[in-house]
Each structure stands twice: as structure tokens, then as C-alpha cells.
Design a protein around this ligand. Structure first.
Ligand code: PMP
Length: 398
């Protein structure tokens, strides 16, 4: 049975982690990760999360099955985060939200459902994108193509290239968009640019799939939802995948949500019945623990305020690291202008390092980054930033 099975290629980022773990140099630094670390290099347990968790354990609640679509309060909370508290679309019964197994799970349920609706659709993802976007949509049976996004010459956005490519897509193609804090580049659209993109998507009759995995890491919970709100204002039907892995620091709990905006209450009823079948035949219903914690935080004003504050703390620490990295590179004699690092949003930076420089960082300095030059700014801290800036300067100079 298994004789002809070929060895699948290693996941590039997980492979990097394995290499890092095997490295015995004491001063090693892993900037290849996609995780927020605190200033002591630890994954934080947020206070709001901890309090909700303690309350849950004390309640000694039974662990029955959840409904197929998950916890109602969780879904309502997730929906309000992306669309706002007073969304007219929600009031009109045009919004469905389903608890999902992380952002990945939300994307996969959405992908499987779209496959059923528009089997021949093309899926367009940004160049570059989170590497699992391509794999996930291909696995779901779609042809996946790229639209231009990052412009290495400016360390910014190839906006015209992006617009032209979107305009040229056949109607009913799926366009996957990073609603904020683009992974891997850190380059986001301005509100004006979002407006233009949304208009092209609407005029060309494309299907927007907004992926929001870092809400709160850019400028704040509300501000980071502005792209989603703009699509909603234009009255567009759309898919939204939310991930709470980073914002709640609950990576292993698999907390995410799929939100679908339909055209009417009647459509919503029918769509929900179909999406529930997709879920039922995949994993039946979502797990209780992480979902209950997130739901408690989202629906308890005191805990929500605490969470918002803790999220701001993470966001500000990343900003500080961006600023210090730019300053320290200059102090170490780097002549190139690195101020673009401060304009980028979220956990990542496309640093501009070449694959050869990334190799040297690893071999000579025990500093690990992705070969594309992506570094996780959230893995920098006051203890390692001097070493990292010095090493980066070193590999850039010689
Ligand atoms: N979308 C993007 C853009 C991401 O960066 C990630 C996680 N790295 C995800 C989705 C998936 O998130 P999760 O870990 O919650 O499945």
C-alpha cells in the first residue's frame, strides 16, 4: 500500500525550527518563528486568558459536544471584532460566524464550501503570501495564482501591479487578502488603497476572502478591522477568516472563526445549513476549552478591557523593537535606509536580507531567519537585539 508513497518536502518554517532546536550554540536566536514572544523570550500567558481559564476550571463544567457551528457567544464576539458592534449587516441577518480550528480551519471550511459553489474558480493570493494559503487552496482542489503585492525596490506595495492583476481575473475568482499586518512582508494597504481594491473586486465580481490573523497587532483592534469594515460598507458578500492564535496567545488551542456575509437572511439560512455539513463531515464540532476562554474574554467587559490593554502591550513592544532595530543597524555602520521596517505592521518584517545573508546569519552568528529575509520582529527583545543588529550589519557589510 505505501510502497509508492513519496517523501513530502519539509515545511520550510517548521524545518527551520528543527534546525534551530538542534543548534547547540548558547547565544542562538530564532527569528524564523511566527509567534509573539515577550521581552524574556517566552510565549506569554495573558492575564485575561488566565483569569477566564481559572474561572472555567473552578466551574468544573461538563465537556459535552458543542453545536456544529460552535459557541454562540464566541461567534457573536468574533463577528463584532471584525464587523463592529453595530453592523447593519448583522442586524439584517446577513452575517454567519462559525467557530473554527484556528485561522487555518476557517480558511479550509471556507475553501471547501467555495469549491462546492464555484468548482472551477481560480484563487488569487498575494506574491508573497503566508505559505499555507497556496497549499491549503490547492488541497481544496483550486488552481492558485499570485497577484503582485510586494515591491522589493521600494520595500513597499506594488499597488498598480496588484490592481491590474485583480482587474484581469475572471469573474467569481477568489481573492485572498490579508486584512492587516501582511504575513510575510509587514506591508499593508492604506485605507484609500483598500477602497480602490474593494471597488475593483466588486466591479469585477470577484469573491473576497479576507484573512485576519493579527488583529490588534497593527494599530489597534478597531483600526485593524478597517479593511473588513470598508468591504462591509460597500455591501459586499465575502468570507472572513479570523485567527485568535496570536491575539490571545493561544496557539495550541486552535481558536479561530469563519464569518460569511451573505446577500439576505434567507441566503444566510441556506448557507449555514451547507457550511454545517462541511464542518460535520470534517471534524463534527469544535473543541470546548479554548473557545470557552475566548468567549468569556470577549463577553466580559472587564476581561475584554484587560485583553485589549495586553494586546496593546504586545503591539507597542513590537514597535519598540522595530525602532531599535533601525537605530542599532545605523549605529553599527549600516548605510542603507532601514526606516521601512518602522512602517511595516504586525509581527513580521521583510528585512531585505538576501538568502545568502540569511545563511551567513545562521552559520556565523546562530541567528535563524527565513531564506526570504522574513524576520519575526516579535522574537526580538532587549537581551538579543544588540547581538542581532550587530550580526545583521556584519553580514551586510562583508
Ligand atoms: N493566516 C495568516 C496570514 C497567518 O499568518 C496565519 C498563522 N501564521 C494563519 C492564517 C493561521 O492561523 P492559525 O494558527 O490560527 O491557524
Amino acid at each position: 500500500l505505501f510502497q509508492s508513497v513519496e517523501l513530502a518536502p519539509r515545511d520550510p518554517i517548521l524545518g527551520l525550527n528543527e534546525q534551530f532546536n538542534a543548534d547547540t550554540r548558547a547565544h542562538k536566536v530564532n527569528l524564523g518563528v511566527g509567534v509573539y514572544y515577550d521581552d524574556n523570550g517566552k510565549i506569554p500567558l495573558l492575564s485575561a486568558v488566565h483569569q477566564a481559564e481559572v474561572a472555567r476550571v473552578e466551574a468544573a463544567a461538563a465537556r459535552g459536544y458543542l453545536p456544529i457551528e460552535g459557541i454562540a457567544g464566541y461567534n457573536k464576539g468574533a463577528q463584532e471584532l471584525v464587523l463592529g458592534k453595530n453592523s447593519p449587516l448583522v442586524a439584517a441577518g446577513r452575517v454567519l460566524t462559525m467557530q473554527a480550528l484556528g485561522g487555518t480551519g476557517a480558511l479550509k471550511i471556507g475553501a471547501d464550501f467555495i469549491k462546492q459553489l464555484v468548482p472551477g474558480a481560480k484563487v488569487a493570493i498575494s506574491n508573497p503570501s503566508w505559505e499555507n494559503h497556496r497549499a491549503l487552496f490547492e488541497r481544496a482542489g483550486f488552481e492558485v495564482i499570485n497577484y503582485p503585492y510586494y515591491d522589493p525596490a521600494t520595500h513597499g506595495l506594488d499597488f498598480q501591479g496588484m490592481l491590474n492583476a485583480l482587474r484581469a481575473l475572471p469573474a467569481k475568482s477568489v481573492v485572498v487578502l490579508h486584512a492587516c499586518c501582511h504575513n510575510p512582508t509587514g506591508v499593508d494597504l492604506t485605507n484609500e488603497q483598500w477602497r480602490e481594491v474593494a471597488k475593483v473586486i466588486k466591479d469585477t465580481n470577484l469573491i473576497p476572502f479576507l484573512d485576519i490573523a493579527y488583529q490588534g497587532f497593527g494599530d489597534g483592534l478597531e483600526q485593524d478591522a478597517s479593511a473588513v469594515r470598508l468591504f462591509a460598507e460597500l455591501d459586499m458578500t465575502m468570507f472572513i477568516s479570523s485567527s485568535f492564535s496570536k491575539s490571545f496567545s493561544l496557539y495550541g488551542e486552535r481558536v479561530g472563526a469563519l464569518t460569511i456575509v451573505t446577500g439576505s437572511q434567507d441566503e444566510s439560512n441556506r448557507v449555514l445549513s451547507q457550511v454545517k455539513r462541511v464542518i460535520r463531515t470534517n471534524y463534527s464540532n469544535p473543541p470546548t476549552h479554548g473557545g470557552t476562554i475566548v468567549s468569556t474574554v470577549l463577553n466580559t467587559p472587564k476581561l475584554f478591557a484587560l485583553w485589549d490593554q495586553e494586546l496593546a502591550g504586545m503591539r507597542e513592544r513590537i514597535r519598540l523593537m522595530r525602532r531599535q532595530l533601525v537605530e542599532k543597524l545605523a549605529q553599527n555602520g549600516v548605510k542603507e535606509d532601514f526606516s521601512f521596517v518602522m512602517k511595516q505592521r504586525g509581527m513580521f518584517s521583510y528585512s531585505g536580507l538576501t538568502a545568502a545573508q540569511v545563511d551567513r546569519l545562521r552559520d556565523e552568528h546562530a541567528i535563524y531567519a527565513v531564506s526570504s529575509g522574513r524576520i519575526c520582529v516579535a522574537a526580538l527583545n532587549s537581551h538579543n537585539i544588540d547581538v542581532v543588529a550587530k550580526a545583521m550589519a556584519n553580514v551586510m557589510k562583508t
